[in-house]
Design a protein around this ligand. Structure first.
Ligand code: SF4
Length: 205
């Protein structure tokens, strides 16, 4: 059977307090279903990735096994949209069952992927952007409905302390009142780790 391969763009080792608990290695992968107006990763997402098998990624990251085990850390998958690669994670998980797996995700992915991810990942960092349909469409070019449904799936399956949700102020698209509404809707789902912040827009030329 053909082994699933991950479109690896970059690894960033020895991260602390940035994207998950403990010491983490950030694994950046290619591909994203959204087209955010202020995407900071556009250049990265245009690069040609290196396709790696689960065993190959394990070999590239296991040098930090001691750090991961001692601090409760592990691998954080971002990019790009991490939940596009579920076959790969299911192949990788048995190779490093003691590492913490964290997914950075927009959650605008098929519901089957989220159900599978709830079995593989220990924690999620979710960039919902906004739950206002018109603002979401204007900013990302996509329909926001899958995000809400997928949030419900995760809140039903994981404790709220494993779900960190980011609610940005997006200059030119939303305001503090929209952040208030989005945060209130998230709290009705039982989410408690809600991070509000503002995008800093720089010249993207
Ligand atoms: S979800 Fe992230 S990677 Fe995807 S387009 Fe938006 S900012 Fe870029």
């Amino acid at each position: 059977m053909r082994q699933p391969r991950y479109p690896l763009l970059a690894l960033s080792r020895h991260r602390m307090g940035l994207d998950g608990e403990g010491v983490t290695t950030l694994v950046a992968g290619a591909g994203c279903p959204l087209s955010c107006a202020y995407c900071i990763n556009k250049t990265v997402l245009c690069q040609v990735p290196t396709l790696v098998t689960a065993a190959e990624l394990y070999e590239k990251t296991r040098c930090d096994d001691l750090y991961f085990q001692a601090t409760g850390g592990g691998l954080t998958f971002g990019g790009g949209e991490s939940l596009l690669h579920m076959d790969f994670y299911e192949a990788l998980r048995p190779l490093c069952p003691d590492w913490r797996f964290t997914a950075e995700t927009c959650l605008n992915v098929p519901p089957e992927s989220v159900a599978r991810a709830a079995e593989v990942f220990d924690a999620f960092i979710i960039d919902v952007k906004t739950l206002d349909p018109a603002i979401y469409r204007a900013y990302t070019g996509r329909d926001p409905r899958p995000v809400l449904e997928n949030l419900k799936t995760l809140t039903a399956r994981l404790p709220s302390d494993r779900l960190q949700v980011r609610v940005p102020r997006i200059p030119g698209f939303n305001d503090a009142a929209d952040q208030d509404k989005t945060e209130a809707a998230l709290r009705t789902l039982g989410l408690t780790r809600i991070e509000r912040f503002s995008y800093v827009i720089r010249d993207q030329k």
